[in-house]
Design a protein around this ligand. Structure first.
Ligand SMILES: [Zn+2]
Length: 307
């Protein structure tokens, strides 16, 4: 009797799923909005994506919230930036204790796999509270060309869980990359007049972005990730900025901005806040918008003649 009822319920569930193929089938948890945006681009309506670091938060100051353990536990796929950027995920994974969510597991994706890394410093993972840039610079999503590598990993990981949908994941990815490529041409054209222009940035967020768009970040307001500048360091930056003729001070969304503003004032150059992540500033709601915003801001700021 019970088995019969269960069979009926199961049959009804199968019927519902079959009748509604657009239903989200893969439950993904991403550590950052950037990874979530790339998962959404590949997964479309076949995935639901939750992000652990809220969009309006400094990833360096992030600590997991009470519900995050359950979010990780119930994920069909876990996507992380890796390279120490989201090191706080490891204790959550170990507390859940499920092999499929662990490094090498079927539901685990370190999106940095296969990305050509910059500022490689050795093989040991350093985590000293805050993302430490220990292995390599972790801000690789800020080169649009790295999205091809990251989304290839996402297709494989989603298809492990939902193999019947592989063709749709592949098609979604191809459509996304074609659109991205067309936009990238435009972004490059709009920034081409500023090739070789020098900046000082608050945090070392920009090596991938700067290389792609041929910009030159010569130094940082924080002497090390997460460390505020001393007066001596600021004096050094003012001297160096004058000598190198920097054209702007680039500032991240959630860092305190008084030192960057002071430096911009001393050097007589614009202070410009750029988006380091999807959703970190208004008008950066997806992966395309992130670059649209940054390219437009830079072109606007650098298009202004020096005072
Ligand atoms: Zn960083």
């Amino acid at each position: 009797m019970r088995a019969g009822l269960f069979g009926l319920v199961l049959a009804a569930m199968v019927a519902v799923v079959a009748a509604a193929p657009a239903l989200a089938v893969v439950r993904v948890v991403a550590t950052t909005t950037d990874m979530a945006a790339l998962v959404a681009a590949v997964g479309g309506d076949l995935v639901s994506v939750e992000t652990l670091i809220p969009p309006a938060t400094d990833p360096e100051a992030f600590e997991p919230r009470p519900g995050d353990l359950d979010r990780v536990r119930h994920a069909n796929l876990l996507v992380r930036v890796g390279l120490g950027y989201d090191f706080w995920l490891d204790p959550l994974i170990h507390r859940v204790g499920d092999k499929r969510l662990m490094r090498g597991g079927t539901a685990y994706l370190d999106a940095s796999a296969g990305v050509p890394l910059l500022e490689i410093r050795g093989q040991s993972v350093v985590s000293e509270g805050g993302h430490a840039h220990g292995v390599a610079n972790p801000h690789y999503w800020l080169d649009p060309e790295n999205a091809a590598i990251v989304t290839a990993g996402i297709v494989e990981a989603l298809a492990r869980f939902a193999p019947a949908e592989r063709d749709r994941f592949v098609a979604n990815r191809e459509r996304f990359l074609a659109q991205l490529d067309a936009r990238l041409q435009r972004w490059r054209e709009s920034l081409a007049p500023f090739a070789g222009v020098k900046f000082i940035a608050y945090h070392n967020s920009w090596p991938y972005f700067a290389r792609r768009f041929r910009l030159d970040v010569i130094d940082f307001v924080e002497p090390r990730p997460g460390v505020a500048p001393s007066p001596a360091h600021l004096a050094h930056l003012i001297a160096q900025g004058r000598k190198a003729q920097v054209r702007a001070i680039v500032h991240e969304p959630y860092e305190p901005d008084d030192q960057s503003r002071l430096l911009a004032e001393k050097l007589g150059v614009p202070f410009v806040r750029l988006a380091t992540s999807v959703g970190s500033l208004p008008h950066t709601e997806d992966y395309f918008a992130l670059f649209e915003f940054n390219a437009a801001m830079l072109a606007r700021v650098l298009g202004t003649p020096r005072q």
